[in-house]
Ligand binder design. Structure first.
Ligand code: GLV
Length: 315
């Protein structure tokens, strides 16, 4: 008997279950919590935010498939079994996240929140904004998603730069890498997009000191921040302080230090902040099921898995 475990927390597991069952009706699929059976039957696990300790209870696990790109929660589990760990890399996930980034860069660039407020007050007044080619967007994290976002924004005409841990080359995009290049990257960036993975090196990187190094967007008076990476990258209180003092003219936050964002958080009502519920990088359950079943077939044919997470690197 070889079973696939589906352990999903923080979202409805049903669509994931339905997709896996309809693509592979012959496979034995177990749903956590609640499924009864012999733990030794579980060979593969498809997971999102599983409780720490859960995966260690399956002695015959051969591979773990993360339902998203970021695996920080999994890697923080001290009992995580030493089996290959793969994440999803797929044009579906990449393009949905790119849509989100382009949407929010343009929203800030075109001052859409300001026009929303005018609409509420029935005000008809045209304000100015610079052309895209006068505005510098900087992307922290130039993996598959960051690279695609950089290319899309460059195509719109923005001056795009990217910062990454190791050197990257992207046509039409100025690239910076390593700790020593962070300050020059920030100094030329008016709209900062964070897509970094959460690792010990990136934890709380986006603090008040970093935000103060950004270039002020001329007509808006302050810079803009978009975080579609991980909440652990940012210091929530420092973002509020940067908004308050005018260092930031606005922010779009898809991720937070604490998720779900508590009802008492001042982010909810700050007129300069757009809050989304960690949905920038949604992936379709059908795509996920297809990717995972292909990976399982690779495993069964003795081939190495694609898109493995490097545990030492943290992503
Ligand atoms: C979403 O947060 C992901 O990691 O894919």
């Amino acid at each position: 008997m070889s079973a696939i475990l589906l352990a999903v927390a923080g979202m409805d597991p049903k669509p994931w279950e339905t997709s896996l069952r309809s693509r592979a009706p012959e496979r034995d699929l177990w749903l956590w919590p609640g499924q009864v059976g012999d733990a030794s039957d579980v060979i593969y696990a498809c997971v999102w935010l599983p409780p720490h300790g859960l995966l260690a209870t399956f002695p015959n696990l051969k591979a773990i498939f993360n339902l998203g790109a970021g695996a920080d929660h999994l890697l923080a589990d001290p009992t995580l079994p030493q089996v290959p760990l793969a994440r999803v890399v797929h044009p579906d996930l990449t393009m949905r996240t790119v849509e989100y980034i382009v949407l929010h860069v343009l929203m800030h660039h075109r001052r859409q929140r300001h026009y929303d407020a005018q609409q509420r007050d029935r005000v008809w007044r045209v304000g100015g904004q610079p052309a895209a080619n006068e505005v510098a967007v900087g992307i922290m994290g130039l993996g598959t998603i960051g690279g695609a976002a950089a290319r899309s924004l460059a195509q719109i005409g923005f001056q795009v730069a990217g910062w990454s841990r190791t050197p990257r080359l992207i046509a039409g995009v100025q690239t910076f890498h390593g700790a020593s290049a962070l300050d020059p990257f920030l100094a030329r960036t008016e709209i900062l997009v964070c897509l970094l993975p959460a690792t010990p090196q990136t934890k709380r990187l986006v603090d008040l000191a970093l935000l103060r190094k950004l270039k002020r967007n001329g007509s808006a008076g302050g810079a803009y921040l978009i975080n579609a990476g991980r909440g652990a990258l940012q210091v929530d209180a420092d973002i509020l302080a940067a908004l308050e003092e005018g260092t930031l003219a606005g922010a779009t936050l898809d991720v937070f230090e604490e998720e779900p964002l508590p009802a008492t958080s001042p982010f909810w009502t700050n007129p300069k902040v757009t809050v989304t519920p960690h949905n920038a990088g949604d992936i379709s359950p059908q795509v996920f099921a297809a990717c995972v079943l292909e990976q399982i077939e690779r495993c069964e044919r003795g081939l190495p898995l694609d898109n493995l997470i490097d545990r030492m690197r943290g992503y």
